[in-house]
Design a protein around this ligand. Structure first.
Ligand SMILES: Cc1ncc(COP(=O)(O)OP(=O)(O)O)c(N)n1
Ligand SMILES: Cc1nc(C(=O)O)sc1CCOP(=O)(O)O
Ligand SMILES: [Mg+2]
Length: 568
């Protein structure tokens, strides 16, 4: 193995950074029996603040040379567990949890189970030597940071794992001592207990038993109170793991979910409100995998447990209503995406450029002047024929803006009209709007895209072909081009005129909506530049600085229909 001092000779091309040696790493909590090839490196600024955490790739066992650069390594969890055909628990839950927590997850399958939300209908163990082969395949090739174990159905498989881990030590071992499924089916019998106690637990950085598992490991000890959990944690700690997390989810008479973490010195009582849901299948596997994921990223154990618990609770809460399977214990959604929306309140359609036909952009000052609420303004515009709405509330307090946006969204969803938020990506995310419109000095579209995901609509204001090209590169869906005419609505706005509009349209790979000083009197002239990707007009004052928004919108709608745009 490369010596520890060898690492301290490392330096980066950029002399402003230091690479922490194993001594530093140990001080940061990386104290386990990791192999040097997995040694986490922490790059810090000279003045001491952590810049990034990563892992330096080193030559496999026995090597004393580092790889030729200081590429950061993807945190990697290897799960050694059983397959759940229903995909709520086991290997499948581990993969989803790790993906959700942003770490790579490889898999060694110990057993196949025929399983669903009703229970476990069948199980078949993978032969020991094939478990050994899978372990070797992964550990001899990939730089695994943390091994997480789930269903280990035979003494032979536990022994195989322990033997392999001695041969290929990793940074940390997270043991979820799975014995009984949530449905009550036995996944690892009592014969396994002594091997757990004698071989596996002493190697573990953390074990995560629930009350039944803790009781089984402690020869049937009664666990009914939080004090009992503390006693159990202490007794289990005596068996050798560095940390014990006794999960109190099954504790009777408790409105909170209480877990006890014990590290041999301190007890931490981790409480959170109990989430009432049938969708708890796979909670234990997901929690252990999430802890493994956070440890793989370099978090100390207490932080890893807290973050993992918060993640699982959020996912459970989010998934309260999802319905998968007919049994009593449904899976939950790790990626927070399956939440059911009723058909009429969830935008199902991808962005349709023809939605830009009559684009109504609100203005808080105008609404105030005419004594109408933003919700009433939006309703009236939709009734008049607006095909897309943008909330451009420059003076609104964030809290009020969010509330109004939610109310407007309900109306827009009912009518199938997309609702975008001007400038405020945070508000768009918070209310689950259909997208945002950003200008050249707002959040860059590529960043908004990362935050909003691939499906939301992003519009970008562009006055030049170069800006239009950048909007395309950044992943925008459309551009707004203006000011076509002078406007009082936006201060110091440069007017590009019909020629400028045409130039941008011809250069743009994205659909275009024209904006600035447009109303009933000139909308036709705008559309008559007749470039195929000019799809409509965006209008503020000609709709909202008027007594009757609905009437003005209807008039503009008629003009636009007359100009036969969007059809070329
Ligand atoms: C459809 C549409 N086009 C252009 C704009 C202007 O956006 P921006 O340049 O960010 O200016 P503000 O609207 O934020 O003042 C727009 N809002 N909508
Ligand atoms: C918000 C906005 N953006 C513009 C641009 O040129 O990008 S012009 C503009 C104001 C449009 O308001 P009205 O329809 O009242 O002229
Ligand atoms: Mg803006």
């Amino acid at each position: 193995m490369a010596s520890a001092t060898f690492l301290s000779t490392l330096s980066l091309a950029n002399k402003n950074y230091l690479l922490l040696t194993p001594t530093h790493a140990c001080a940061k909590g990386y104290t386990n029996n990791f192999r040097v090839s997995n040694l986490p490196s922490i790059v810090v600024r000279k003045e001491g603040s952590v810049r990034s955490q990563g892992f330096v790739a080193m030559q496999e066992k026995g090597g004393s040379t580092l790889s030729d650069d200081s590429r950061t390594k993807t945190p990697h969890v290897l799960t050694v567990a059983g397959s759940d055909s229903g995909a709520g628990a086991g290997i499948q839950a581990d993969l989803k949890a790790c993906a959700a927590r942003g770490v790579y997850c490889s898999t060694v399958i110990t057993a196949l189970t025929a399983q669903n939300t009703v229970g476990v209908q069948g199980a078949s163990n993978v032969p020991e030597d094939f478990v050994a082969q899978q372990l070797k395949s992964v550990l001899s090739d990939m730089q695994v940071d943390v091994v997480k174990t789930g269903m280990l159905p035979s003494v032979g498989i536990v022994k195989t794992l322990c033997r392999t881990l001695r041969e290929y030590p990793v940074h940390a071992l997270v043991v979820d001592p799975v014995m009984v499924s949530t449905s009550g089916d036995v996944l690892a019998g009592p014969s396994i207990l002594s091997t757990f106690r004698e071989e596996l637990l002493p190697m573990a950085d953390i074990i995560t038993p629930n009350l039944k598992e803790a009781s089984a490991l402690l020869n049937g000890m009664q666990l009914e109170t939080v004090d009992d959990m503390r006693s159990a944690a202490r007794l289990l700690h005596n068996m050798g793991p560095k940390n014990v997390l006794v999960k109190g989810g099954d504790l009777p008479d408790s409105s909170d979910a209480v877990d006890i973490l014990y590290n041999g010195h301190n007890f931490y009582e981790l409480r959170s409100p109990r989430i009432r849901t049938r969708n708890t299948h796979g909670t234990g596997c997901s929690l252990a995998s999430s802890i493994a994921a956070e440890v793989a990223k370099g978090y100390p154990m207490l932080s890893a447990v807290k973050v993992a618990k918060r993640f699982v609770e959020t996912a459970l809460d989010y998934s309260k209503e999802i319905v998968i399977g007919n049994g009593p214990q449904g899976p939950f959604d790790h990626l927070l995406r399956l939440k059911s929306h009723s058909q009429d309140c969830h935008r199902q359609q991808p962005f349709d450029p023809s939605d830009l036909f009559l684009y109504a952009v609100t203005d808080s000052r105008m609404n105030k002047r005419w004594g109408r609420s933003i919700v009433d303004a939006v309703k009236a515009a939709i009734d008049g024929g607006a095909t897309i709405i943008q909330l451009r509330e420059k003076d609104a307090e964030t809290k009020d803006f969010l509330e109004s946006a939610k109310a407007c969204l309900r109306i827009c969803r009912l009518h199938g009209v997309p609702l975008l938020i001007n400038d405020r990506v945070d508000v768009a995310i918070a209310c689950d709007a259909d997208g945002v419109h950003v200008g050249q000095s707002d959040m860059p579209a590529c960043v908004a895209r990362t935050l909003l995901g691939p499906e939301k609509i992003i519009g970008v204001s562009c006055k030049t072909p170069e800006q239009a090209e950048q909007a395309w590169v950044d992943g925008a869906d459309y551009i707004g081009c203006g000011g076509v005419y002078p406007t009082n609505t936006k201060e110091n706005n440069i007017t590009v005129g019909l020629n400028g509009l045409k130039t941008v349209c011809m250069a743009s790979k994205l659909p275009v909506v024209a904006i600035g000083g447009i109303g009933v009197s000139n909308a036709r002239a705008v559309m008559e530049i007749r470039t195929p990707n000019l799809k409509g007009v965006a209008v503020v004052s000609a709709l909202f600085d008027r007594e009757c928004v609905q009437t003005e919108t209807r008039k503009l709608h008629e003009v636009l229909l007359g100009s036969n745009i969007g059809s070329t």
